[in-house]
Design a protein around this ligand. Sequence first.
Ligand SMILES: Cc1cc2nc3c(=O)[nH]c(=O)nc-3n(C[C@H](O)[C@H](O)[C@H](O)COP(=O)(O)O)c2cc1C
Length: 408
Amino acid sequence: MLPTNPKKILLQVTGSIASFKAVALCSKLVQAGYDLEVVLSEGAEAFVGAASFEGFTRKKVHRGIFDEGSMMSHIDLERWADLILVYPATAHTLSSLALGQSNTLITSIFLAHEFKKPFWVAPAMNQAMYRHPATQHHVAQLKNWGVRILDPDPGKMACGEEGTGRLIEPEAMLEKIKKEFSNAKFQKSDTTRPKILVTSGGTLEPIDSVRSITNFSTGETGYTVALKLASEGFDVTLLQARHSHFQNPAPGLKIQTYQTTSDFSNQVEQALSNENYHYLIHAAAVADYRVDSVVDGKIQSSKVLTLRLKPNAKVIQQVRGWSKNKNLKVISFKLTAGRGNNRKFETYDSEWIIHNDLKDISEKAHAGKIYARTPKGKYQAMTSFKTKAELSNSVLKLIQNEPKGTQL
Ligand SMILES: Cc1cc2nc3c(=O)[nH]c(=O)nc-3n(C[C@H](O)[C@H](O)[C@H](O)COP(=O)(O)O)c2cc1C
């Protein structure tokens, strides 16, 4: 039986030798009960044409921005869909999307995309075209913006060469779409989804009206964890530094920014006291010290300057007092710098502590351990991780394994 309230998929097809697979996917999606709108690029029309798509969907396909009677289709189609897909995506379309062009219906739809819903792109091309730095650059750019890239398969290509660039098969694509819609995010209503506040990045401490001191935090760890949880359907708010390197929107991820430590502290207090958060994941690097007397105006830059620093109140020690939800679960981060550095876990009052040491962190690696608090108040190592992606998966599991009903 077909669903009464089918999920809506915008299938966009571009001009590849693999475009015929989009016809098979279209057929499978219609049979599986999805509601489809189809957009064809000029290239796709050269390969497959509209007839099959119109036959399967019983709807006219969309072609250009200036199609008669559908002048606003680049906005309307984006708003209509639950999931937007480019299948297959040519090198040409990947580059146009990554450059933010809007001269075709497909590129205009992407520019109208607000990152509130999944936008998926399935590349298909010759292996050298796919490995080309230009293509890889565009793929990385799209990923960075929160677009999901469906990696092409390795194997023999239409041109006779071997390598990676084959379009993901329609059957595999259908499975991924089904999985996406069976995901927690489409099942749970907003009131039952666990609410998570993730903090990231480094706080600033003003020296005078124009200068500040800060730390080296990029905000990547908190962003990666927040992105993972949002993609799994949790209601995630990311409070990140205004100067964070990772500012990209993603479906389901609400982003707020802070600048100074006091701004950060106020925003955490506001968020926790106004709303029922279930989890706080505190990855922000909060300045331990502030400048004793901040100068109003601009300090002259020609003289030697001595700054006196005073310790800041620890935000992590105040969060339970601020929280409206008295069962708030706290996951905090502790960075140490080598042996002999006191870990002082007990002062954190957190259910879990994620510990890294500076020696285990590099551009590629981000190793550490997750500790859980025992009923006696001690911390016991429960799992280790080697990368930010592994850490994010562990945090996800940890939240998923929490007994239901203990969160509020
Ligand atoms: C026979 C043939 C096969 C092609 N296959 C591909 C392909 O698999 N991937 C790709 O990126 N481009 C492929 N192209 C080139 C694209 O069709 C071309 O770049 C076109 O401008 C893409 O436009 P579109 O992305 O707007 O559809 C092929 C061209 C021809 C003639």
